[in-house]
Design a protein around this ligand. Structure first.
Ligand code: DLL
Length: 421
């Protein structure tokens, strides 16, 4: 699709979205009316930045279904996420939404070479979380065979991979590592696996190298969030040069600074999406809290985003220096002596003297040298002196189900990981 044709499609869909929101009533309709919008024709893409954004707080305040834009009868399923603030976010989907979701998830998998012949070992959790069912919808849309194994029970998963010989693995990157290590420990070589489609948590290119070497596969990134649809909002493919293609015919992206102003293409900012085609809970300018940069639109190519660098609420500010855990990960995993299990600890036990502590696992014998090298590399990359500690192998908690937490705040009490005291 050329740039103009795509823009035209997005304009048409935006017009339909605004009409749907106004017809549904509720907060988004009220805000639109307050801005003088009487119908879809009053809003063009170029005016979007003048309209209010909607955020997680608005969903919480109108919990459970305050932003639903259809009759209850039209809802066919509900998904949710526990959210970073611990409060659940629930999202109602119509049959039309499921259709869009299957399409964008199928696109993501097709970009990883998934076909009717593929067997997809889907170890994303099934349930309210969108990972399991989202990938499932996409894979079945392509006619692939899905093994809906969900998260957990690692030993059984190793057995299933041996017996069913899947070519595609879908799960969080941290579970991919855990599974790979369990296979190595069991002496199993996953010869059938060819590609992995990993997401739901931040991970760096350095982590990609680790996962690819461990499993002998190509590892691609998939991004999404429940509020927008789930996995498939954007995805990497073999051809996308380490960037993620955004399904921008369904989800219109913007990138904003902390004051809510647009940042230039290529500059990191907070991702904001407008769901052009959704009907159950359509959102105009949803602030995701995720930080990434957008590419400049190019004809014949989807708009792209970088890998997610972190979340606005995951940014640690230590002695005036801003740090995302992914930057620490990039430094640690660029060093071949460090295992991919690490924990970043924001130590605020003494409020006047906050410290960034980094717990790593390693097999190297020369621990003082490793610590020295990592401190130097972190100082160079972050402009901050970190306290690096080597902890016992297995001390950093592994997650079999759900998302890995790479950043922990230590305010009082025992150390979050033994060996950090
Ligand atoms: O995590 C949807 C998903 C499932 C995406 C499976 C990819 C694969 P939520 O549980 O609502 O939905 O969490 C959404 O997870 O705002 C990001 O902060 C983070 N996230 C999702 N994908 C990525 C990714 C699913 N590829 C939140 N890289 C988002 C970094 C990601 N962070």
């Amino acid at each position: 699709m050329g740039l103009e044709q795509r823009r035209e499609l997005q304009e048409q869909r935006l017009c339909g979205l605004v009409d749907r929101l106004l017809a549904a009533g509720g907060i988004q309709a009220r805000w639109l009316r307050d801005c003088g919008v009487r119908g879809g024709r009053d809003v063009r893409l170029g005016d979007l930045h003048r309209l209010p954004t909607v955020g997680k707080r608005d969903l919480w305040e109108h919990y459970p279904y305050g932003l639903r834009a259809v009759e209850a009868d039209d809802v066919v399923c509900v998904h949710g996420s526990s959210g970073t603030g611990g409060r659940p976010t629930l999202v109602p989907y119509t049959a039309h939404d499921l259709d869009v979701w299957a399409e964008v998830a199928a696109r993501a998998l097709a970009g990883a070479g998934v076909t009717r012949q593929s067997v997809v070992h889907n170890a994303y959790g099934y349930g309210l979380f969108t990972g399991g069912l989202g990938v499932h919808h996409g894979a079945t849309r392509l006619g692939a065979a899905v093994v809906p194994v969900s998260g957990g029970m690692t030993e059984r998963q190793v057995r299933l991979i041996q017996d069913l010989r899947p070519d595609v693995l879908t799960c969080t990157p941290s579970f991919a590592l855990h599974l790979g290590e369990a296979m190595s420990a069991a002496g199993v070589v996953p010869t059938s696996l060819r590609v992995g489609v990993f997401g739901a948590e931040p991970w760096t290119h350095e982590m990609r190298v680790q996962v690819e070497n461990l499993l002998g596969i190509r590892a691609l990134d998939i991004y999404g969030l429940t509020e927008i649809i789930g996995p498939g909002v954007a995805c990497e493919s073999f051809e996308s040069d380490g960037m993620l293609d955004i399904a921008e015919d369904h989800f219109y992206p913007e990138c904003l600074d902390s004051d809510g102003n647009p940042v230039p293409d290529g500059t990191p900012g907070e991702l904001v999406f407008t769901t052009l085609t959704k009907t159950g809970m359509p959102l105009l300018r949803y602030r995701t809290g995720d930080v990434a940069a957008l590419s400049t639109p190019v004809s014949g190519q989807w708009r792209r985003m970088t890998k997610v660098l972190g979340r606005t609420d995951d940014m640690v500010v230590i002695r005036g220096v801003n740090v995302f855990p992914t930057e620490v990960e990039a430094v640690l995993l660029a060093d071949g002596r460090v295992s991919p299990h690490y924990l970043v600890v924001e130590d605020r036990r003494q409020p006047a003297r906050p410290e960034l502590r980094v717990a790593v696992e390693t097999a190297t014998a020369d621990v003082p040298r490793l610590i020295d090298d990592l401190r130097g590399a972190l100082r160079e990359r972050l402009g901050l002196t970190c306290d690096v500690r080597v902890v016992a192998a297995g001390a950093v908690p592994r997650v079999e189900v759900g998302k890995t937490q790479r950043l922990v705040r230590w305010v009082s009490g025992e150390a979050p990981v033994a060996g950090l005291e």
